[in-house]
Design a protein around this ligand. Structure first.
Ligand SMILES: Cc1cc2nc3c(=O)[nH]c(=O)nc-3n(C[C@H](O)[C@H](O)[C@H](O)COP(=O)(O)OP(=O)(O)OC[C@H]3O[C@@H](n4cnc5c(N)ncnc54)[C@H](O)[C@@H]3O)c2cc1C
Length: 462
């Protein structure tokens, strides 16, 4: 049986919701947390994560050197093209400094920074055991504090008048309940797993998307609140989308299906044509544009084509590469017109300018008079066997969300802050991420705004 009332009702049991629930309970409120998934699937997208981005003035136990507010802000400014709320973003950055201690005190453990293709040793703290371990620690802490957690509980609507909420409607194992609450924290993620909504935005192309995380983030509460006067933020077509192996599952493929080979490949569509500069910049700065690029191709599919010289320069996919001794044979194996692919490769090979290959810098291996160019790491495709990875858009999370203020209060009717509805995590990410992405920002903003939302929500009980 679900309770009839509580002080603070948290909707969604990912990292953002758990941080809010813990903070509200520590501030003295009775807290109920509702999670749509069952216990084994709890934790939303957060369980797939590896790290978060943290400002720090000096080396920490798990991060090297320093990462200042200004540098974090400039990184965010660059990737979003200015499409961000500076006040909220800077507040998030400053408060990220407290996260290592705050989360560590609540059971989260960190490991030495990994050096890999994302080279984030200075800017990001890596979780020991990944996101799943983070969630297990947060659930354990919440339970010990007395947060009441209910699984298989989908919130379908919030009863709200003029921005003041009184209760939520919940479906639990086929039964419908109403829970009265003095405050509500919405932490129910984006809407990327809502196939119908995605089709409204992307058309039939959405049928060919993989959703990298949970199938439960369907935007039900987001849509409900927007229909009841909450101010929207962000564009429905903006999202974090990467290239994933096209052989991956429709949902929950997680981190292992991501393909990190683009810089060292040429990428063609199913007509055998290149469509973007694969070597534009370092992979961490560009990986989040490739999902959108693939979404714009026929049948939303692309193929990374490599030769044996570069095979060991990137983290391999969980699926084996498709290999062949000639480009024509490779084309046959992946179902592309042989002559079209051979022509593209030959045109590319002729355009490659000799340089000295160095994957650690923006090297001088590039193409001349080729459209689109390959600006760095351009080596001839001339050393068999040749390899291909099929790629699809992998949607991580959508950016359309609820507009909030610096107390994480949801704004209603052109800017009035609600007295008792708060939001954190993906569902308000668009306040900071109008477009683009800096690796590790998702967990940072969920934790920072989760704490803030929980603390302020707890005050509503008085
Ligand atoms: C494969 C992958 C890797 C990632 N790696 C990183 C990383 O390393 N670092 C990083 O910062 N970010 C990463 N991200 C992004 C990150 O996961 C998200 O930004 C972050 O987890 C968002 O947290 P959240 O709590 O808002 O959402 P989630 O963790 O998705 O939690 C939302 C929860 O709400 C529940 N829910 C949804 N609707 C309802 C409803 N109506 N009623 C009740 N419950 C509901 C869902 O079941 C879910 O548990 C990654 C994402 C993916 C998919």
């Amino acid at each position: 049986m679900l309770p009839a009332s509580t002080d603070v009702l948290v909707i969604g049991g990912g990292n953002a919701g758990m941080c809010a629930a813990i903070a509200a309970r520590e501030a003295g409120a009775d807290v109920v947390l509702l999670e749509h998934a069952n216990k084994s699937m709890r934790g939303g997208n957060s369980r797939h994560t590896r790290d978060h981005r943290v400002m720090h003035d000096e080396p920490t136990a798990t991060m090297v050197e320093s990462y200042s507010e200004e540098e974090f802000w400039q990184d965010l400014l660059r990737v979003t093209g200015g499409n961000t709320n500076e006040h909220l973003a800077r507040m998030m950055i400053r408060k990220s400094r407290e996260l290592l201690d705050w989360l560590s005190a609540r059971g989260v453990r960190y490991q030495q920074a990994l050096s890999g293709t994302l080279s984030l040793t200075r800017t990001n703290a890596f979780y020991l055991g990944g996101g799943k371990a983070v969630l297990n620690a947060e659930y354990l802490t919440a339970e010990r504090l007395g947060v009441e957690i209910f699984y298989d509980s989908q919130v379908t609507a919030i009863d709200i008048t003029d921005g003041h909420a009184t209760s939520a409607t919940v479906v639990n194992r086929g039964f419908t309940y109403t829970i009265n609450a003095r405050a509500i924290v919405v932490a129910s993620g984006g809407f990327q797993a809502n196939e119908q909504w995605m089709k409204e935005v992307w058309g039939d192309a959405a049928d060919n998307f993989c959703i990298r995380g949970t199938p439960y983030n369907r935007g039900v509460v987001l849509k409900d609140l927007l229909s009841k006067g909450a101010d929207p933020v962000g564009d429905p077509s903006q999202c974090h989308a990467v290239a994933v192996d096209a052989r991956g599952p429709r949902y929950d493929g997680g981190i292992v299906t991501r393909l990190d080979c683009v810089c060292f490949s040429i990428v063609v569509n199913n007509l055998g044509r290149r469509f973007y500069d694969e070597g534009e910049d370092f992979w961490p700065k560009r990986y989040a544009i490739w999902g959108r690029l693939l979404a714009q191709q026929p049948d939303q599919i692309g193929y990374a084509i490599l030769d044996s010289k570069v095979l060991h320069h990137f983290m391999p996919s969980v699926f084996p590469s498709i290999s062949a001794d000639s480009i024509e044979e490779l084309a046959r194996k992946i179902g592309i017109d042989e002559q079209a692919l051979a022509h593209t490769v030959s045109e590319y090979n002729h355009a490659v300018v000799d340089g000295s290959f160095d994957k650690a810098v923006l090297d001088n291996c590039s193409t001349r008079s080729l459209d689109p160019p390959k600006s760095h790491w351009a080596l001839k495709l001339d050393t068999p066997p040749y390899f291909a990875y099929p790629m699809k858009p992998g949607i991580t999370f959508t950016y359309l969300g609820l507009k909030v203020n610096d107390e994480a209060r949801v704004l209603f009717g052109d800017g009035s802050p609600s007295d008792n509805v708060f939001a954190t995590g993906e569902v308000m990410a668009g306040n900071i991420l109008g477009q683009g992405y800096c690796a590790g920002t998702g967990m940072t903003l969920g934790s920072v705004f989760g704490r803030i939302a929980g603390e302020h929500a707890a005050c509503c009980r008085n």
